[in-house]
Design a protein around this ligand. Structure first.
Ligand code: LAC
Length: 334
C-alpha cells in the first residue's frame, strides 16, 4: 500500500542493515526497503522460499504492533522496489572475521559495492547515498564512481560511530552521562582514526582540563583513544563478526539528518577538495548534513587551533587512506 512517508532503502540485510531498518522504522517518518540477494550464496542449502531480506522485514513488521510504529518494511531482492528512495544506505559486503583488517575486504567488497550502487542509482537517481561497507573510505570512492552522482550525495558513515565509541569510553571513565560528552573522531575509518581532544568536552569543559585537574589521567585518556581506534577490531574479536548496534544507530542518525533536513553537524566521510590540505580523497571530517546531503564541510585546520599531534594524526590517516584507495586503483577497480 502506498504511503506518504519518505522512503529509505537499505541494501544488505545483514546485522547492520537490519539494525538501521529497525531504528528508522521506530522513528515512524519513513518506510524502509530492505534489499539483499535472493539467496545467500555462502549457505550450503540456499533458502528456496524467499530471501533473508524478506524474512527480516517480516520479523520487523511483526515487532511493530508491540513497539508501536506504522512504518512498513519491505524485504526484497528486486531493485525496482527501491525506486524513488530519498536515502539509500549501502551496507553490502563481507563483514570482518576476527584478525581481519577492514582493508582485507578491499577487492571483494569493491565489486559488491560497485554492483549494488550501479543498480540502485538507476532507480533512485535523486537519493542521498550513505555508504557503510568496509573498508569505508575506499568503498565511498567505489560508490561515487558507480553512481556518477555529485560527491555531496555520496557520503560515508564512520565518524559518528567512532565518535560514539569515544564518548562512551569517556563517559564510563569519568562517571558522567554519555549525553554530556561531545567529541569528534575524524580521519579514515581505520586504526589511524584521529580523536580530536581539542574539541572533546565533558559537560562543556575541555577534556584536557579534566586531565589537568586530575579527574581523568593521561594514561586513562590514552587507553580510551587506543580502544577507540581499535574499536571495531575489539568488537570483532569478541563477537566473531563486525559489530552492528552502534554502527546501525550511527547510520540511522545520518539518515535522519538528511531525511528531515536537520542541518546536523556530524563527522561524515566526504570527498575532500583541498580542505585539510587533502584533495580527491574520501575522509572523515565534520560536515553539515541536510536534504542535499553533505551541504557544507568544515575545515577545522583553519577554523580552530588543532594541536600538532592532531594535525600530524590527520596527515598520517590521510596517507593511510590514500594507500588503500591507490591499491584499489591498481586493482583496476577505480
Ligand atoms: C566497526 C565496523 C563496522 O567499526 O567498521 O565496527
Amino acid at each position: 500500500m502506498a504511503s506518504g512517508r519518505k522512503k529509505v532503502s537499505v541494501i544488505g540485510a545483514g546485522n547492520v542493515g537490519a539494525t538501521v531498518a529497525f531504528h528508522i522504522a521506530q522513528q515512524g517518518y519513513a518506510d524502509v526497503v530492505l534489499l539483499d540477494l535472493p539467496d545467500d550464496l555462502t549457505l550450503e542449502k540456499p533458502r528456496k522460499t524467499g530471501s533473508m531480506a524478506t524474512g527480516k522485514a517480516l520479523d520487523l513488521n511483526q515487532a511493530s504492533p508491540i513497539v508501536g510504529y506504522s512504518s512498513r518494511i519491505k524485504g526484497t531482492s528486486d531493485y525496482a522496489d527501491m525506486a524513488a528512495s530519498d536515502v539509500v544506505v549501502i551496507t553490502s559486503g563481507r563483514p570482518r572475521s576476527p584478525g581481519m583488517s577492514r582493508e582485507d575486504l578491499l577487492a571483494v567488497n569493491a565489486d559488491i559495492v560497485a554492483s549494488v550502487a550501479a543498480q540502485a542509482v538507476r532507480v533512485s537517481p535523486a537519493a542521498v547515498y550513505i555508504v557503510v561497507s568496509n573498508p569505508l573510505d575506499a568503498m565511498c570512492h567505489v560508490a561515487l564512481k558507480a553512481t556518477s552522482l555529485p560527491a555531496s550525495r555520496v557520503i560515508g558513515q564512520a565518524g559518528v560511530l567512532d565518535s560514539t565509541r569515544y564518548r562512551n569510553y569517556i563517559a564510563e571513565a569519568v562517571g558522567v552521562a554519555v549525553e554530556d560528552i561531545q567529541a569528534y573522531v575524524l580521519g579514515g575509518h581505520g586504526d589511524q582514526m584521529v580523536p580530536i581532544r581539542s574539541l572533546t568536552t565533558i559537560g562543556g569543559i575541555p577534556v584536557q582540563q579534566w586531565v589537568e585537574s586530575g579527574k581523568l589521567t593521561e594514561e586513562q585518556l590514552q587507553k580510551i583513544e587506543d580502544d577507540t581506534r581499535q574499536g571495531g577490531g575489539i568488537l570483532t574479536g569478541l563477537i566473531g563478526t563486525s559489530a552492528w548496534y552502534a554502527p546501525g544507530v550511527a547510520t540511522a542518525e545520518m539518515v535522519e539528518a538528511v531525511l528531515l533536513d536537520r542541518k546536523r553537524i556530524l563527522a561524515t566521510t566526504i570527498l575532500l577538495t583541498g580542505e585539510y590540505g587533502v584533495s580527491d580523497l574520501y575522509f572523515g571530517v565534520p560536515a553539515l548534513l541536510g536534504a542535499a546531503g553533505a551541504e557544507e564541510v568544515y575545515d577545522l585546520s583553519r577554523l580552530v587551533r588543532l594541536t600538532p599531534t592532531e594535525l600530524a594524526g590527520i596527515e598520517d590517516s590521510a596517507k593511510k587512506v590514500r594507500v588503500t584507495v591507490d591499491s584499489l586503483r591498481s586493482l583496476g577497480k577505480l
